[in-house]
Design a protein around this ligand. Structure first.
Ligand code: AMP
Ligand code: MG
Length: 417
């Protein structure tokens, strides 16, 4: 058992810490997982590369034409018109012999430049009749030739470990002839909702009860990250049941996420269980929504206790859990893309906490972007998340924003979260 260090910002009544500070603390405690496996290239889409991809040979392999035209000898300027002695099409090189003075070869884009040629003249710049061509604009030496190795030299590292592979990356790896790659094993994430008031879909609601929506938003956001999921259902606010969920999560997953039960009183169960099972930190983070966060370790799993409010869950997930999961799986750190736009309409804010308001980025008729609030910003109003396509990120010390002022936005990449 590890003692919870007495850090500022730890505990219910401690002063709040900045989000960036919480991220630093979490990062300092996490250790990336081990484990990689070899997969067919296509199965690597969306996975994290575990071994560098090195170009075994030059790409392109040969000097080739960048245009349709004629491969010529640059020193032949005074021998124009030239004799066409053959052709070099993509996949069908001209291999008869080295070009002699006064000779040229018909060549198409991608065709290998024949021995002896050192420029390609575009077909629009010649006058062809029979087997001779007259060059109207003599090219520069090397003109319209793509050099061997121009794209990649042998031994070049083309992708480094930690890269999350996209479509272009698959093509790039294919271009060097590699059919299989090493990727990190998927992170296993267990998640559950806590609360005596929660019912699962299909059940009937009694007085004061509501449907559990957090497991659905978490399922959606986790699925996009390519982790393997273990849904542990709804767990009542009862220490024995919570312990059972944690035990199963720790046996079967690398990370355990729960939502709800981090407010004063309820959180104590969880903090006690974590202290007994590993390590516990309870932080008040100066962010809105999503102030309380429990972080720790239970057995061999990392634990994140998210707030219960549906919007708070999504905000803390994107801002705290996503960077942590990426770090754990060994992915290179790429901060979320943020930029400034003008705000359409005023925003209410009090200084003190960094806010993640829900906004809609809209394209104006002049092509510029503006953002407007989606309206009610309560942390229980999930509809605001569904309507939003970005967060409006307001710094802790900022006050209300007047219409037309510049604000920072963080767009949701797939249009929504
Ligand atoms: P808690 O953090 O447990 O005090 O929950 C804060 C608020 O979020 C309460 O109104 C809960 O009913 C609500 N809540 C907690 N968990 C969920 C959930 N899984 N789905 C929907 N609402 C929830
Ligand atoms: Mg609760």
């Amino acid at each position: 058992m590890t003692q919870t260090p007495e850090l500022p910002g730890c505990g219910h009544d401690a002063p709040a810490i900045a989000l960036a500070e919480a991220l630093d603390r979490i990062r300092a405690l996490l250790e990336p997982i081990d484990g990689q496996h070899r997969v067919a290239l296509r199965s690597g889409l969306g996975e994290v590369l575990a071994q560098p991809i090195v170009a075994p040979a030059a790409v392109p392999a040969h000097d080739n034409a960048a245009m349709d035209g004629y491969a010529i000898r640059h020193s032949d300027a005074d021998r124009d018109p030239l004799q066409v002695v053959g052709s070099a099409f993509a996949g069908h090189p001209y291999t008869d012999r080295t070009l002699a003075p006064g000779e040229c070869v018909r060549i198409m884009t991608g065709g290998v430049v024949p021995d002896g040629a050192d420029a390609v003249v575009m077909q629009e710049r010649v006058h062809a009749s029979g087997d001779t061509v007259e060059v109207r604009h003599w090219p520069e030496q090397g003109e319209n030739i793509r050099l061997a190795g121009e794209d990649l030299a042998p031994g070049d590292t083309i992708l480094a470990p930690g890269r999350r592979l996209n479509a272009a990356d698959l093509g790039l790896i294919a271009s060097v002839g590699q059919a299989e790659i090493w990727v990190k094993r998927p992170l296993r994430v267990a998640f559950f909702s806590t609360g005596d008031e929660l019912r699962s879909l299909g059940q009937t609601l009694g007085p004061g009860e509501l449907y559990d929506s957090n497991r659905y938003t978490l399922y959606g956001m986790l699925s996009r990250l390519g982790v393997s999921l273990l849904d542990l259902g709804v767990v009542p606010d009862d220490p024995a049941a919570l312990q059972q969920a944690l035990d199963q999560g720790a046996r079967e997953a690398d990370v355990i996420l729960s939502s709800g039960g981090v407010s004063v009183g309820e959180a104590d169960y969880m903090v006690d269980l974590l202290k007994a099972g590993g390590q516990a930190h309870l932080w008040r983070i100066a962010m809105k929504p999503g102030r309380p966060l429990t972080f720790g370790r239970y057995g061999s799993a990392w634990y994140f206790g998210l707030p219960g409010n549906p919007v708070s869950v999504m905000v803390t997930f994107t801002q705290v859990v996503v960077p942590a999961l990426r770090y754990l799986v060994g992915e290179q750190h790429t901060p979320a893309r943020r930029f400034s736009v003008r705000c359409q309409g005023p925003l209410r804010k009090r200084p003190g906490r960094q806010e993640f308001q829900r906004g809609r980025l809209m394209e104006q008729s002049d092509g510029t972007l503006r953002v407007e609030s989606v309206g009610k910003q309560g942390s229980g109003i999930l509809r605001s998340m569904s309507e939003a396509n970005c967060f409006i990120v307001l710094p802790a010390d900022s006050e209300s924003v007047a219409s037309g002022e510049w604000v920072v936005v963080e767009p949701f990449l797939a249009g929504g979260l």
